[in-house]
Design a protein around this ligand. Structure first.
Ligand SMILES: Cc1ncc(COP(=O)(O)OP(=O)(O)O)c(N)n1
Ligand SMILES: Cc1nc(C(=O)O)sc1CCOP(=O)(O)O
Ligand SMILES: [Mg+2]
Length: 204
């Protein structure tokens, strides 16, 4: 499986409606602290936009809703994974991306046979408080050597200016939140990301 090199992460269907039509091909809907009916409604809206624009939608955390709404890809962290029903996820045909932050988490993630592994935070992030120091590019390269052909997603503190560094050190896809959503011009920044990641599409 190949991932698009530009992996946008946003917290609402409204963002997806705004940015996906610009040419985004891989997007995660990462909603926190909203009521389940609202989240379901956003998943439906996001799914419709992504289908219309040939964009892969990945639902964060809410794997039961993703199954019920006929989605095909979820992302789980290690705490999510500990309580998720992997058999139900597999039986529903969903692909699975998993977060990792240290050696133990990588072993746990690989045992779950995911479709990609994410490593973060590569650089300091302002999105959320994290107990891990920035991993850096050497660690990213080490992760790639361990997971081989399994796609590797770099996340945390990424900016347009940092894109080349993560791909030169083993990333297959670069995930981003604030460099786009807190930019004064999110549309222009999205186009800059599309342009800057274009040359990192993998063959196959
Ligand atoms: C691509 C990608 N990588 C890592 C994460 C983080 O997942 P998690 O550790 O479960 O934390 P939350 O995002 O749920 O706060 C991610 N969402 N996407
Ligand atoms: C949601 C998330 N997970 C991370 C991890 O390391 O698992 S870093 C992160 C935040 C990514 O946002 P930004 O691009 O604004 O730094
Ligand atoms: Mg999570």
């Amino acid at each position: 499986m190949r991932l698009d090199p530009f992996y946008l992460i946003v917290d609402s269907a409204a963002w997806i409606e705004r940015l996906v039509p610009l040419g985004v091909k891989l997007v995660q809907l990462r909603i926190k602290e909203r009521a389940l009916p609202d989240i379901r409604a956003d998943i439906r809206r996001a799914k419709a936009v992504c289908a219309a624009h040939a964009c892969q939608l990945i639902v964060n955390d809410y794997w039961q809703l993703a199954i019920e709404e006929g989605c095909d890809f979820i992302h789980l962290g290690q705490e999510d994974l500990a309580t998720a029903d992997l058999s139900a996820i597999r039986e529903a045909g969903l692909k699975l991306g998993l977060s990792t932050h240290d050696e133990a988490e990588l072993a746990t993630a690989l045992a779950a046979r995911p479709d990609y592994i994410a490593l973060g935070p590569i650089y300091p992030t302002i999105l959320k408080v994290m107990p891990w120091a920035p991993q850096g590019l050497d660690r990213l390269r080490d992760w790639k050597s361990r997971i081989g052909s399994l796609p590797l997603v770099a996340i945390g503190g990424l900016t347009v200016e940092r894109i080349a560094g993560v791909f030169e050190n083993g990333a297959d896809s670069a995930a981003v939140v604030t460099d786009i959503t807190r930019n004064p011009d999110p549309e222009q920044r999205t186009l800059a990301w599309i342009g800057a990641t274009r040359s990192f599409h993998r063959e196959g």
